[in-house]
Each structure stands twice: as structure tokens, then as C-alpha cells.
Design a protein around this ligand. Sequence first.
Ligand code: 5AD
Ligand code: SF4
Length: 472
Amino acid sequence: MKKIEINRQLEYIERVRQINEGKNYTYYILTMGCQLNENDSEKLCGMAEKMGYSKISDMNKADLIIFNTCCIRENAEDRLFGKLGEAKKVKENRNSIIAIGGCMMQEKNMIQKIHESYPFVDVIFGTHTLHNFPEDLYMAINTNKKLEDVLDIDGEVIEGLPIKREDKIKASVTIMNGCNNFCSYCIVPYVRGRERSREPKDIIYEIQDLAKQGYKEITLLGQNVNSYLRVENEKGIDYERYNGINSFATLLRVVNEIDGIERIRFISPHPKDFTDDVIEAIRDCDKVCKLVHLPLQSGSTDVLKSMNRRYTKDQYLNLVDKMKKNIPNLTLSTDIIVGFAGETDKDFEDTLDVVRKVNFEQVYMFIYSRRNGTPGDKMENQVPDKIKHERFDRLKALVEEQIEVKNKEYIGTIQKVLVEGTSKNNEKLYTGRTDSNKVVIFEGNEELIGKVIDIKIISEHMWYLKGAIVNG
Ligand code: 5AD
Ligand code: SF4
């Protein structure tokens, strides 16, 4: 099934390539949202380039315009509609093809809205049909008809699509699709479907291949990575065994053995599924970074219950304690939503309390955004915008205060830094990241790119550290 599907798309890639031959067509892609979407976009880029388009960053000059959308918060929609207005003008000038895909297209009523308000869009595809992009594009070019290819069911896990990666040192590898958790604020389970894992061997082959190409850092991606293969195990779904991989912990251990890879990261795990075997694997595997992203969402047990997170404040704090005790040099980052329905001042104080206690390395803060079709949207006691913003500002002030103190603690320490390239703001300086994912800027040379080197931290600047190479 999988194989046939891919061969068919490879044929369409070839057909579009022939149509485009000698025309020097270009494409522009806008990616919204999370790293999973970015990874999907790398596949879209891979397909587009094989079809004869070359990438440009100016939408006004593009023959193919692709929007890979996100719908996790409301502001993404406004952004898309603004961009569509601009794309319309480009189409009028150069007859470009406009394709929209991704999570937002899986939302109820969205397709209808696009048809009504943006009838010039040529291709609409969803999260489960990304791999059909060559065929959809071919049909749109050839028939001059609008193409709509969105499925409501959970798509297959498709292997073997071309991929054009953004970076040469760091690569993301999706290990599972979908989510079964249904946190009550979140739209992801509705637009990405049920949890399904890739087969172990496909993941390992992909990472081995990345290592051969010279990649040094791998980020394993999924909505809930630590339940990797759980659905398959529970349902008794047969998958090919590979080196004993049957869980997230065993996957980490096998990836850790791949020569050439220096660092392994993963996002995001769910605290409720953070089993001891995963803690032990992080502790034992030298390449697994000791920065763990552990989404808190709220520090209040009552809010966590109405969010359907299935852990309490104490359970979260106990888990953090256990992890800190077992994993030397552990640092943590997190996601927090402020102003979820029913959140009282006291609930919010609980969130601040957890932030104070855990002392996160980094906190990604979000104001609750009501999503149509989720239980959270229907809850009473929605928090007024003004209070949401006030709480957000208080949380932000606390986090920044903590980060400043933490940054100061880096000064004088020697950090292992994976060198990524020259600094964006100053070509003469080089940049890399610590194990804890802090950006470090330093004087270096080209030969260091892709190497992990010792750097002594000299000063801190809120969002980055400055350092000097330690010789010898
Ligand atoms: N409103 C605000 N933030 C949200 N997130 C998910 N859904 C919403 C929402 N409706 C946040 C969560 C999640 C991160 C990726 O986005 O914190 O971990
Ligand atoms: Fe959304 Fe919760 Fe699933 Fe994460 S675990 S994708 S927050 S439903």
C-alpha cells in the first residue's frame, strides 16, 4: 500500500517536472506553527524541487506559492488571510499557482471560507494528504480546476518522500503523527488525527542516512513522543522489529548508538507518560541532551483537571524531582498557557509557584486562544482578555528574572557547544548551542562548523551568551 502510493507520486513528480522543463520556475513557501509543520514543509520543498521549482524568499516573484498552515492559536488565521491577499496580486501578475495545506485546512468550515473569500486558490490539501501534493499540483495545472484534497480519516504513515532540509547540521525526524490526548484547549487531535507511530527501522534508516550526510543533531518529533509505539503495542499491530525497539526509551537507546550523531533532542513528551525507563534512557545515553522539554500548561491542579492533562501539580513537581535526582545536569523547559477557562487568581498563583520551584531554562508562554470544536471553547467562566494579558505579563516578568539569574550562572563555566555556522548578525562571529540549547556567540573559524567544542562563557545577553574557545 505504502509503496504503491509513493511510486504513484513519484510518477506525478516526473510529469510536472517535464511540464516545467526549461522554464526556471520558482516557489515560495510560508510555514506556520511548530517543528512538525516545519518538517512537513521540508517534504513539500523536497517534492517542489524535484518537480523543477527552485526556492526563493520573495513571494512576489514566485510561480508556485505554498502556505503550510497552523491553527493552534487564532492569530495564525489572520496572518494567513493577510498573506492570501498579497498572493492574489502575485497571481494576477504572473499567473502563479497557489496551494494551501496543513492543519488549518482540517478545521471545520475553513475550506468553505477559502472557496467563498479566496476563490483564486488552486490547491487545498490537508495534513493526511501532504504526500499527494505532486498529483494535486499536476491536476491543478492540467485541468485548470481547483483541487481539494482533504481527508477526515487518519492518513497512513508514508515513507520515502523526497525531502529538502533547511539545515546542514541539525535535522528533525518525525517519529509519530497525531495525538490521542484531547487536552480540552487543543485542536491538534482534531486536525492531525489519531496517534500512529512510524516503524522503528524507517526512523533508524533515516537517522543513519542523516549521519552519513554529516548531520550532527537529531530532534525526534511527535505530539506525544513518549507514547511512541504505545497504540501499536496495545492494539497488537504488527510492525517489523528492529534491535529490540518497542518503546520511546528503547528508541532513544538505539539512536544513541548511531555513529556520527552527536546530539539527540526530542519534543514533546507528556508528563503523564514520563515513565522510569525514559528517565533511565536519558541518564544513560551520552548523546541525549539533558535539556528536557516538559509541558506544564498550568500549575493548578483544578485547571489541569479541566484541561484534561491527567496529572496534578504535585505529580508534576514529583516527576521533576525524580528527574533531577536521576539525571545529572538536567535542565528543563516548558509550555504554559495563561487564562484558560475558569483560571482564578489562585490558580494562576499555582502556575507561578511551579515556575519558581522548577526554575526552567526556558518557558514558552501562550495566552489561551479559544478553538472552535474543543471542549475548552464551550466552558463557562472564560477569562476576560485584560486579565489574560495581565497574567501573561506577570509570568513573563518572573521568567525573565529567572533567566537573567541563570544566564549569570553560565559566566565562567565551560560549555560543550555544537558549532552551527556564522552568526546572523555578524558574519565574523560564529554561533552554536549548548546542551541546554542556549545560543553561544564566539570568534571561530569555518573548520569548527559541525564540531562540538569547549567554550568558556564570558558574558550574557538575555537571549544569547558570549564565549571564547578553550584551547588544548
Ligand atoms: N491556546 C493557547 N495555547 C495553546 N497551546 C495549544 N493549544 C493552545 C490554545 N488553544 C500551546 C500549548 C502547547 C503548545 C504547542 O501550544 O502550550 O504545548
Ligand atoms: Fe494538544 Fe495535548 Fe495532544 Fe499536545 S498532548 S497535541 S497539547 S491534545
